[in-house]
Design a protein around this ligand. Structure first.
Ligand code: CAA
Length: 257
């Protein structure tokens, strides 16, 4: 499909999906979310790509759902449009997705970053769920994912006041994996993506699945799930290659089988 609001950079084995609606600070309307989701799904199905990045620009990762589109919406219109389902589709992407965040990650933008598997933030990134200032609450996972990421009290503070959290604070609280200089944040995210892409592909896929399971299960169920995936990996050529390469003191060559 022709894309209007995103740019795609393929640098095999990684790819970058860049939200490109700069005048509106990358406000996320249905079209933007359709394009981001479709591109991620296409790249997920592409065997040459092993790790994905979602980014915006230096000033804004995404300033949230497009308020102008929602200002006169009724509950039935919101329900029928069901555009928040795009966040659920992104969560189902099987390859690792890194959010490379600079500037505003507000509302739906913060929720999009949190739906990705991990966040690399520039020093100037800011995270907020400011929906309370619009008379609503976060609708694309903010109250749930933020609470799991930073704990109840801090999440309450952010959701009830709408205040923004700096990149450093987000890193200290575990929302963000790394804070890097603003001028090189995308390069740093790409380096991380390349590092992940250099690992055994099936193990990467199942590692992502297993960590994500921790958010959706009891500890006992999560441990059980992890153990099954661990045993399963012993049926792959790559597991034997990885261990033999260690024993033989050579670099492993992954086949993704
Ligand atoms: N929707 C629509 N347009 C937006 C927008 C948004 N979320 N955020 C910014 N814009 C537009 C502005 O209207 C403005 O457009 P015009 O030039 O045509 O007036 C342009 O982007 C630049 O914005 P500002 O002039 O406001 O830039 P600023 O640097 O002074 O402020 C900001 C930046 C603090 C991010 C401010 O724009 C802002 O508060 N934006 C709204 C953030 C927000 O409330 N997001 C939550 C949305 S609701 C949601 O996301 C629900 C959900 O859970 C899915």
């Amino acid at each position: 499909m022709p894309y209007e609001f995103i740019l795609i950079q393929r640098e095999e084995p990684i790819a970058v999906v860049q939200i490109n609606r700069p005048k509106q600070l990358n406000a996320l309307n249905s079209r933007v979310m359709l394009e981001v989701t479709s591109a991620l799904e296409e790249l997920d199905a592409d065997a040459a790509i092993r790790c994905l990045i979602v980014t915006g620009n230096e000033r804004a990762f995404g300033a949230g759902a497009d308020i102008k589109d929602m200002a006169s919406a009724t509950p039935v219109e919101m329900l029928e449009k069901n555009w928040i389902a795009y966040w659920d589709r992104i969560k189902k992407v099987s390859k690792p997705v890194i959010a490379a965040v600079s500037g505003y990650a507000f509302g739906g933008g913060c929720e999009l970053a949190m739906t990705c598997d991990l966040i690399v933030a520039s020093e100037s990134a800011q995270f907020a769920q400011p929906e309370i200032n619009l008379g609503v609450i976060p609708g694309a996972g903010g109250t749930q994912r933020l609470t799991r990421a930073i704990g109840k009290s801090k999440a309450m503070e952010m959701v009830l006041t709408g205040r923004a959290m700096s990149a450093r604070e987000a890193e200290a609280r575990g929302l963000v994996a790394r804070v890097v200089p603003t001028e090189s944040y995308l390069d740093e995210a790409k380096n991380l993506a390349r590092e992940i892409a250099s690992k055994a592909p099936i193990a990467v896929r199942l590692a992502k699945e297993s960590v994500n399971k921790a958010f959706e299960s009891s500890l006992a169920d999560g441990l059980d799930y992890e153990r099954k995936l661990f045993y399963f990996l012993f049926g792959t050529d790559d597991a034997h290659e990885g261990m033999n390469a260690f024993v033989e003191k050579r670099k492993a060559e992954w086949k993704g089988k």
